[in-house]
Design a protein around this ligand. Structure first.
Ligand SMILES: [Zn+2]
Length: 210
């Protein structure tokens, strides 16, 4: 459910003096009200989408929108009355900016942590990897991710054991991290350099160490 809409509120009011009313032709003043309109999403104002300026002749009480009045009155109004949008009209933008900033810090932090685990692998580390269609032990290609578990680490290489199950989402990969799903006959040994490549090319999506 998305709750959004357009709301308005009065930003300003006052008197515009020394104008000639196009209706009654008297030299007069007009009362004005300026309304601001903003878009809201989940009750939070996101950004302004315009202003409406109502005027009323103080002599004959005729009502006008500023844009329907003669150009010289419009100019006169613009010279005298400058109504700014209040800052709270931009609350949504402020909140989104803060959220995006926090998320980016969080992800950057996680990447540094994963990189560190790749640089210093340990027995028991679990990598969520993209399903590799050349691996014959996998029989379900409809899903995209599986696991490989580090079972040996030497100076320049590691040995991994593959999981036989697959999942559609990276975050679900923890569900298949069970001993019975690993096949001890499907292992692979590759260099630490290769491990870094796998991580850099995003073949390895996530690193887990318990
Ligand atoms: Zn008038």
């Amino acid at each position: 459910m998305i709750l959004w809409g357009i709301e308005k509120n009065k930003l300003d009011e006052g008197e515009l003096r020394h104008v000639t009313c196009p209706k009654c032709q008297s030299k007069t003043s007009m009362s004005y009200e300026v309304f601001g309109k903003y878009l809201y999403l989940f009750w939070v104002p996101m950004f302004p989408i315009g202003k409406k300026k109502h005027l009323e002749c103080d002599t004959c009480a005729e009502q006008f929108q500023l844009k329907t009045l003669p150009k010289d009155i419009q100019q006169h109004f613009k010279n005298r009355i400058r109504t700014k949008y209040p800052l709270w009209y931009f609350s949504g933008i402020a909140i989104s900016t803060i959220l995006i900033y926090l998320l980016s810090v969080l992800f950057a932090d996680r990447e540094i942590k994963d990189q560190n685990l790749i640089d210093h692998p340990k027995i028991g580390d679990i990598y969520t990897i993209k399903v590799d269609k050349t691996k014959e032990h996998i029989n379900d290609y409809s899903s995209h991710y599986t696991l490989m578990k580090v079972i040996d680490v030497s100076n320049d290489s590691i040995t991994v054991m593959y999981n036989t199950k697959t999942v559609k989402k990276v975050y679900k990969s923890r569900l298949i991290d069970k001993a019975k799903f690993y096949d001890s006959t499907f292992t692979n040994r590759f260099s630490l350099q290769k491990l870094k490549e796998y991580y850099e090319t995003k073949y390895i999506k996530v690193v887990n160490r318990s």
